[in-house]
Write a protein that binds this ligand. Structure first.
Ligand code: C2E
Ligand code: CA
Ligand code: CA
Ligand code: CA
Length: 278
């Protein structure tokens, strides 16, 4: 049984090595992804509850890998974080999203916001503020056309540093959304002192909303908190008409989710009132 144990161990070690090797290969590929122009942004509409109009878009990163096909962020964002590549990639995202926002403004969609996700390493990187400034200037965008989405977890990790960065961004006029809200154990005192403009209720509270009265109570509490702190409330992950109706009734001002529009390439983005069940 000792031999067997060793075999099992070796087998486990081999598959682990294969996994590590694959991750290292992906990081190597990721390193070249920007230069090879393999990264693309898809855009998901954010709409006024319950059913529109569209008031903005969230840019979501995809990687057109040369052999693996179109990869979603859960396949590579953690590698980009671990390797530090998220910093140049994040800069690319910021610039590309601002470029697209410029195109849409020129096409006549004014008062639109473009939301960009900022990872925790990017957020703690000194280059963030200069790269935001550069992207806005290059594409001649008013700062309030840009929303930076920062997860509650990231915002609360080091509250004093977060506040300094967020205050500087807010002073520039950029809007701040606290993403995945409800998952990060915010202290209300800290939340009160963060200069944010929006709370995004995590999809986890929306999924079973129709059947789970606790989720409904949590959504109500977040809406009340948002009103008190003068923050806009967005619900994400809206997939059904029942969720749409309930979230609207509970007081969410804006909705995002597959029901209102999937993330799509810029050329497929519909600007008007979304069709139900699109
Ligand atoms: P997130 O910021 O919470 O983005 C929302 C995710 O939910 C997106 O997944 C979106 O496609 C998905 N989603 C939208 N509506 C629905 C719905 O109705 N139902 C369900 N089940 N899902 C919905 P995606 O694009 O795979 O992105 C996953 C995460 O990767 C994002 O979560 C964000 O944390 C991260 N991410 C995406 N793009 C970027 C980026 O450019 N930079 C950084 N740092 N992170 C990014
Ligand atoms: Ca987000
Ligand atoms: Ca989210
Ligand atoms: Ca999320």
């Amino acid at each position: 049984s000792k031999a067997l144990g060793r075999n099992c161990y070796c087998f486990f070690e081999d598959s682990m090595n294969a996994n590590v090797r694959e991750q290292l290969e992906l990081i190597q590929d990721l390193r070249e992804s920007v230069d090879r122009q393999e990264l693309v942004l898809h855009y998901q509409p954010k709409v006024v509850a319950p059913a529109g109009p569209v008031i903005g878009a969230e840019a979501l990163l995809r990687w057109q890998h040369p052999t693996r096909g179109l990869l979603l962020p859960d396949k590579f964002i953690h590698l980009a974080e671990k390797s530090g590549l998220i910093v140049p990639i994040g800069e690319w995202v910021l610039n590309e999203a601002c470029r697209q926002a410029r195109v849409w403004r020129d096409a006549g969609w004014r008062d639109w916001t473009m939301a960009v996700n900022v990872s925790s390493l990017q957020f703690s990187n000194a280059g963030l503020i200069p790269s935001v400034r550069t992207a806005l200037a290059r594409h001649e965008l008013p700062p309030d056309a840009l929303v930076l989405e920062i997860t509650e977890m990231t915002a609360m990790r080091n509250v004093d540093d977060s506040r300094t960065v967020l205050e500087e961004l807010t002073a520039m006029g950029v809007r701040i959304s606290i993403d995945d809200f409800g998952t990060g154990y915010s202290s209300l005192l800290h939340l009160k002192r963060l200069p944010a403009t929006e709370l995004k209720i995590d999809r986890g509270f929306v999924r079973d909303l129709e059947h789970d009265s606790e989720d409904a109570a949590i959504v109500s509490a977040i809406v009340a908190l948002g009103r008190t702190l003068n923050l806009t409330i967005v619900a994400e992950g809206v997939e059904t008409n029942a969720q749409q109706t309930l979230l609207t009734r509970l007081g969410c001002s804006f909705l995002q989710g597959f029901l209102l529009g999937h993330p799509v390439p810029a050329e497929d983005f519909a600007h008007g009132t979304p069709t139900q069940g699109a």
